[in-house]
Design a binder for this molecule. Structure first.
Ligand code: APR
Length: 320
């Protein structure tokens, strides 16, 4: 059987880390694409020189030519720019929308059968735009945010409860970042929901609320520490888990930004919800009953996504 092929669009911090992880895990041959000449080639050369030490046989190639992504099974998109001081939200949207247009057209022309995972921010708007520009089926284009947000939430919960991370599961919905909706009733330590752990005196509502706030601001906390650039190890690790779920037909239940058609009362928008990922891409959307508070928070999150799409449509008339 031929090796799988993983194309990474954007060879920056996350793209390079994705390439490293994909090669270490031998997920398939890796193609690292960027518009900047030399960077994907240099990173690919460096990564190929890991192979003798790590013993992986997959190839890693750097390129500036979309033709090289032909036949990719999975494409992970991190292309774009981060918001810089003085740049308005609409400036950023304008720049990254243009990038999504180029990437969407490149994918449509060269790898229309791929499963596409978008990471570029603002995530919920960019994944929607990427789907529109590429014209791929909705179930083959997803946004990576929920795995990262729930991973951050789980890491903080494990620290709070002083238990192994292996025994913590956490559940988040909604948009990426400030408006994400952690659902503590479905967040557990070995199946024991967080509200029960609070009742047992193992934590307090105040401490859990502080953890939720820290999770929402998880990306910003890292930006403030790094000063230049944003998080990349956990975002890359999260997207690789999604790629593996697809490539291995694992049917994993993971939170992802997906196209909703009425679920959770949301129509024709990309919003973060739990889904089953397998060989068909997004194979099921998992709907759970929400408390009034979670429903209210999800509505706020959905409104924020809608606002972004209005701004996108104003910038690029072809999306309207
Ligand atoms: N096509 C391909 N690559 C592009 C394009 C384009 N049109 N425009 C920019 N790029 C490349 C840049 O050259 C750069 O190498 O995208 C890469 C982005 O890398 P970084 O700036 O290092 O950003 P990174 O930390 O990897 O984050 C990428 O993911 O989490 C989000 O907010 C983050 O939107 C950002 C994205």
């Amino acid at each position: 059987m031929a090796r799988k092929k993983i194309a990474l669009i954007g060879a920056g911090n996350i793209g390079g880390t994705l390439a490293h992880l994909a090669a270490l895990k031998s997920l398939g041959d890796v193609v690292l694409f960027d518009v900047v000449e030399g960077v994907p080639q240099g990173k690919a050369l460096d990564l190929r020189q890991c192979a003798p030490v790590e013993g992986f046989d997959v190839d890693v190639k750097g390129t500036n030519d979309y033709a090289d992504i032909a036949g990719a099974d999975v494409i992970i998109v991190t292309a774009g720019v981060a918001r810089k001081p003085g740049m308005s939200r609409d400036d950023l949207l304008g720049i990254n929308l243009k990038v999504m247009k180029a990437v969407g057209e490149g994918i449509a022309a060269n790898a229309p059968d791929a499963f596409v995972i978008c990471i570029t921010n603002p995530l919920d708007a960019m994944v929607w735009a990427l789907r529109e520009f590429s014209g791929l089926p909705h179930q083959k284009v997803v946004g990576m945010a929920g795995v990262l947000d729930s991973s951050r939430f789980s890491a903080f919960l494990a620290e709070e409860f002083q238990v192994s991370i292996k025994d913590v599961t956490s559940f988040v919905l909604g948009g990426h970042g400030d408006t994400m909706v952690p659902v503590i009733e479905y967040s557990t330590v070995s199946g024991i929901p967080v509200p029960d752990l609070i009742k047992q005196g193992r934590s307090t509502q105040e401490k859990i609320d502080a953890i939720i706030q820290r999770t929402r601001g998880g990306g910003g906390e890292i930006v403030a520490l790094l000063k230049t650039g944003s998080a990349y190890y956990a975002p890359a690790t999260s997207a690789i888990a999604m790629a593996q779920a697809y490539l291995g037909d694992e049917k994993r239940v993971l939170p992802a930004a997906v196209h909703l058609t009425g679920q959770y009362g949301v129509d024709n928008l990309y919003v973060g919800v739990p889904v089953v990922i397998g060989a068909g891409g997004v194979e099921q959307i998992v709907e759970i009953a929400l408390s009034d508070e979670a429903k209210k928070n999800l509505d706020v999150s959905v409104d924020a996504v809608k606002e972004l799409l209005v701004a996108c449509k104003a910038i690029d008339g072809s999306l309207a």
